[in-house]
Design a protein around this ligand. Structure first.
Ligand code: 13P
Length: 255
């Protein structure tokens, strides 16, 4: 399968930004700018913004995602949100295993795996994030790190379930730093992720998976990154908070 047959996805990851009122304003700016997009457009927003975001995007082509979910359906997990709570609202996507959660909140491949399986079971489409630290790249172990994350994070996910999983390659050193991976670096690792999936599943299964790049992707570099065979979209942080910049990236993915 070639790139043209895969679903391109541009997703904003708003992180801890925007109040509900600000979310409404931003989404009402974004929606008309991306209405003719020839790719899937998603905004992953803070939990408290979800209801407003769903209402603001009703009847548009913008889908809404959350930024995390817990693996249990309910129970004594103060501060957590279950996958079922999200689907009950109409949320379709969820970012899991983001490096900021791994770095600051003790997220491990084991918990990413549990969250991924719970999300799939509840009918959510997970965007599973993987990526190496600068130190790991310098030590030449990027592929080992990525292979380990893919194997562990997707452990127990069937080929049928894989159809609803999106992978985001986010080199940790490129996130929020303005330091983008070059298009060749992004292609190399996204291609490696596809090869790893082909070994774990089949070539056809791997060929159907949307693999995004994330890390300082913006309106200036999106064209080149998205032109690569194995880069099927983007997970956008900072630039997703500015309607015109986000829309320009969506436009680049729609070519
Ligand atoms: P930036 O686009 O701000 O570098 O963030 C990328 C990211 O972490 C998206 O999940």
């Amino acid at each position: 399968m070639n790139k043209q047959l895969r679903k391109a996805i541009i997703a904003g990851n708003w992180k801890m930004n925007k109040t509900p009122a600000e979310a409404k304003v931003l989404l009402e700016q974004v929606a008309p700018l991306v209405k003719d997009a020839d790719c899937q457009v998603i905004a992953c927003v803070p939990f408290v913004d979800l209801q407003t975001a769903l209402e603001a995007t009703k009847g548009t082509n913008v889908k809404i995602g959350a930024e995390n979910c817990h693996w249990e359906e309910s129970g004594a997990y103060t501060g957590e949100i279950s996958a079922k709570m999200l689907t009950s609202m109409g949320v379709e996507y969820v970012v899991l295993g983001h490096s900021e959660r791994r770095q600051y909140f003790g997220e491990t491949d084991e918990t990413v795996n549990k969250r991924t399986k719970a999300a799939i079971a509840a009918g959510l489409k997970p965007i599973v994030c993987v990526g190496e630290l600068l130190w790991e790249r310098e030590c030449n172990i990027t592929e080992e790190v990525i292979a380990r994350q893919i194997k562990l994070d997707l452990f127990g996910v069937t080929a049928e379930e894989l159809k609803n999983v999106v992978i985001a390659y986010e080199p940790v050193w490129a996130i929020g730093t303005g330091k983008t991976a070059t298009a060749d670096q992004a292609e190399e690792v996204c291609g490696f992720i596809r090869a790893t999936l082909a070994k774990l599943y089949s070539q056809a299964d791997a060929d159907a998976v949307t693999i995004q790049y994330g890390g300082s992707m913006n309106d200036g570099n999106a064209d080149e990154l998205l032109s690569k065979e194995n880069v099927d979209g983007g997970l956008i942080g900072g630039a997703s908070l500015v309607a015109e910049k986000f829309a320009a990236i969506v436009k680049a993915a729609s070519k």
